[in-house]
Design a protein around this ligand. Structure first.
Ligand code: C2E
Ligand code: MG
Ligand code: MG
Length: 582
């Protein structure tokens, strides 16, 4: 894992950007090779220019000095390449070499009276002109490219690096496996400055804050290596490297928060700004770029929402659950407001496949029409106090449909409704049940209330009173998910229920070992001893069905004989069952 220590002298934002966006430099070895090639070419040029020998090549004979031009051109190519690929050092080297050569050639001419070398002097002068033009042309092109690059990575308003630069740096650090922290920053109450004082003031606020933050990052004041960027509106991202501990991270963030404490004066108005900081660390919290931004944002949103005096929060997995909870809560509120909570009916049968009745199960869709599982939204509705409304919606809608179906079919079947403990404990719960019976016309003995085993443990006295009341009205009571709680046998013995619903988890395991099968058999026996009927939930296979038959189960509910159905399908099933009986 790479670790970068802060270096206050050189690690400015600009330097980081330069390193990030500059083209890769030509390796030094190219420079050395070109230099050696140039020296070799010149050595051969001058040796051959002063030689009277002839050379035989493919049967033809050449005088050695006729090769001088070829090697002289090779030397010129070397200096051009040096200028093009090795920047300023390459250009200066070329100039020195070319200039140095001129007196050497002239000395040869004067000493040896060999005027064959004279064109070489003009060749060198032309080469000097050529490399100078190439160098300056290349330089202006590079400057232009740098300007374009600066514009692409800079936020115009604040002159901080922008979102693009931010994601580039994050991507680069991840690629190089460098430990860093990504801090998502959002100014608090910035919208109201914009709304009340206008955009110009808002922009000036952003500029001044950005300038304070840039100074910290550029001077290395925080002791870590920082890179601050503006990603949009009043959102900034700070990338911190070169820290040793969590304390270092918090200390750095503290520096950025502290400069906000100083008053901002714009057009004679004073502003005191605060910001919310949420952060996540690579690779500890996640190794994925997108998740890193999401996590830091989640922490920032949470600390903003909390309205606490502390404005800094680190990401934790708990936050994701909270985010999902808030998202689901909003969906439940929306569904209740638009009355889009609906229900499906899952059939229950006796062991001879005769219809016993249906369990009403709540259903909800998100804005894209995708079903959200009750396993997800029911616990949230319970937590945020919306469960009685969800229950009531399912309650009333399925009750209205079922009452009507009973009148039309005359079937002797029951409707089971799930009730959460919070709902049951409400003072007006019994009134709700009474009005349901009245409005729907369902006979009480054909209505069943399902309560989970945990109700019996958590809320003993009041729940028991309420359940007794329900029973005295003639309504049936089922203990749902039986086996998952810890109710004692003596308590169960006094509980006024009619039906035990064995939880699916036991049915799943039932055929995997003899002891699991014995366990289910024991629950059924105990249920019977206490005077309850027993229904098994989640029966999916013929094997399970056969076992349940053999150990005396009374009813089954499961995909093997029926999934949760929409109203029309449930109605067809009822009508078919009535006809069979006729
Ligand atoms: P539950 O009351 O134990 O309902 C039975 C659950 O098991 C249902 O899941 C049903 O679809 C599923 N199930 C039944 N047979 C099978 C099977 O053979 N295989 C499998 N894999 N699953 C089977 P669902 O509809 O997702 O409901 C989950 C839980 O949500 C319910 O468990 C109940 O506790 C709660 N719930 C559903 N509707 C309501 C409601 O209106 N009010 C309240 N308070 N809770 C509800
Ligand atoms: Mg149930
Ligand atoms: Mg259940």
């Amino acid at each position: 894992m790479n670790k970068t220590k802060a270096d206050p002298k050189g690690n400015t934002i600009k330097n980081t950007l330069d390193t990030l966006t500059s083209r890769s430099r030509t390796p030094k070895v190219v420079y050395v090779l070109l230099l050696l090639l140039y020296i070799a070419a010149n050595f051969i040029t001058s040796t051959s220019a002063n030689s009277n020998q002839t050379i035989n090549l493919a049967g033809l004979s050449f005088s050695a000095y006729s090769f001088a031009g070829v090697f002289s051109s090779l030397g010129n190519i070397c200096v051009i390449f040096l200028t093009v690929y090795c920047g300023k050092p390459g250009y200066i080297t070329s100039l020195v070499l070319l200039l140095f050569q001129i007196p050497v050639i002239l000395r040869g001419i004067v000493m040896n009276h060999n005027y064959n070398s004279l064109p070489g002097v003009f060749g060198n002068i032309l080469a000097i002109i050529a490399v100078t033009i190439i160098y300056f042309n290349n330089r202006s092109l590079t400057n232009y490219q740098n300007r374009l690059r600066d514009q692409a990575v800079t936020d115009r308003l604040t002159e901080l690096p922008n979102r693009f630069a931010c994601t580039e740096l994050v991507g680069d650090l991840i690629k190089r496996n460098t430990r860093f922290v990504l801090v998502s920053i959002d100014l608090n109450g910035f919208k109201s400055i914009n709304d009340t004082m206008g955009f110009n003031t808002g922009n000036e606020v952003l500029r001044q804050i950005a300038s304070r933050w840039k100074t910290i990052a550029d001077t290395g004041l925080s002791g870590t290596l920082d890179f601050i960027t503006r990603v949009s509106g009043d959102e900034f991202v700070l990338i911190i490297r070169g820290y040793d501990s969590e304390t270092d991270i918090l200390n750095t963030i503290q520096h950025y928060e502290a400069v906000l404490g100083n008053r901002l004066t714009i057009d004679d108005c004073d502003f005191y700004i605060t910001a919310s900081f949420g952060y996540a660390e690579f690779p500890t919290d996640t190794k994925d770029v997108d998740s890193l931004f999401t996590y830091a944002d989640a922490a920032m949103t949470e600390i903003k929402r909390a309205h606490s005096s502390n404005h800094v929060m680190r990401f934790s997995t708990e936050l994701l659950k909270m985010e999902r909870t808030i998202e689901i809560e909003n969906k439940i509120r929306e569904a209740l407001e638009h009355d889009t909570v609906f229900f499906q009916l899952q059939p229950q049968f006796d062991m001879s496949h005769k219809l016993r009745g249906f369990e009403a199960l709540a259903r909800m869709r998100d804005e894209n029409g995708k079903i959200i599982s009750p396993g997800e939204f029911i616990p949230v509705a319970e937590k945020v106090g919306l469960i009685d409304k969800v229950d009531a919606a399912v309650f009333q809608k399925s009750g209205a449909f079922f009452g009507d179906l009973l009148r039309r079919s005359g079937a002797d079947i029951s409707l089971s409704i799930n009730i959460s403990v919070r709902h049951l404990m409400k003072n007006d719960f019994l009134d709700e049940i009474r009005s349901l019976l009245r409005n729907t016309g369902i006979p009480p003995q054909q209505l069943e209330i399902e309560i989970t085993e945990s109700i019996m443990i958590d809320s003993a006295e009041k729940a028991l009173q309420c359940i007794n009341e329900i029973r005295s009205m003639g309504i049936m009571v089922a203990i749902d998910d039986f086996g998952t709680g810890y109710s004692s046998l003596s308590y169960l013995n006094n509980f006024p229920a009619n039906l035990l619903k064995i939880d699916k988890s036991f049915i799943d395991k039932m055929n995997t070992s003899d002891s699991s099968k014995q366990y289910v058999a024991a629950i059924i026996s105990i249920g019977h001893i206490m005077g309850f009927d027993v229904i098994s939930e989640g029966v999916e296979t013929e094997d399970q069905l056969a076992t349940l038959n053999s150990i005396g189960c009374d009813y089954i509910q499961g995909f093997i004989w029926g999934r949760p159905l929409p109203q029309e399908e449930a109605e067809k099933l009822v009508m078919a069952s009535v006809q069979t009986q006729d």
